[in-house]
Write a protein that binds this ligand. Sequence first.
Ligand SMILES: [Zn+2]
Length: 149
Amino acid sequence: MEENNNNLQNNGNCDNNNLNSDCVFCKIIRGETPCFKIYENEHVLAFLDIRPVSQGHTIIIPKKHIKNYFDIEGELFSKINNSLKIVKNKLQIFNKKNICQFIIGFDIDHAHIHLVPANDMIELNNFKNQDIPMVELENTYKKIMEDEI
Ligand SMILES: [Zn+2]
């Protein structure tokens, strides 16, 4: 990623005690890896997937290294759910029929939910797993955040 990209944000503001030094998502939470941040609160961070299935594909993670989604409980669970709704509303700017939610769990060992704007199942088959140009991600970021930045 380019270092001079002003929209790539670091997250310095979190409790580092529950993070894992080898985890890609914990690195994003700690600010060691930049991201296009769509939403954040004390417990949750949402950022654009760098390998999007569709424009606006966002990943939401707890700001704690919890390996499995099924291990998220109680208040944190409800806070994540509320955050999902906030991000879902932001992603409606893409005018897709649905904001699909995926919990897959094969790739990164830090619980995360994918939110993917899509019109039908065919769009969801498009799990290309390919990086896209940074400028495309930045344009997506600007479109989502245009009311806020
Ligand atoms: Zn982690």
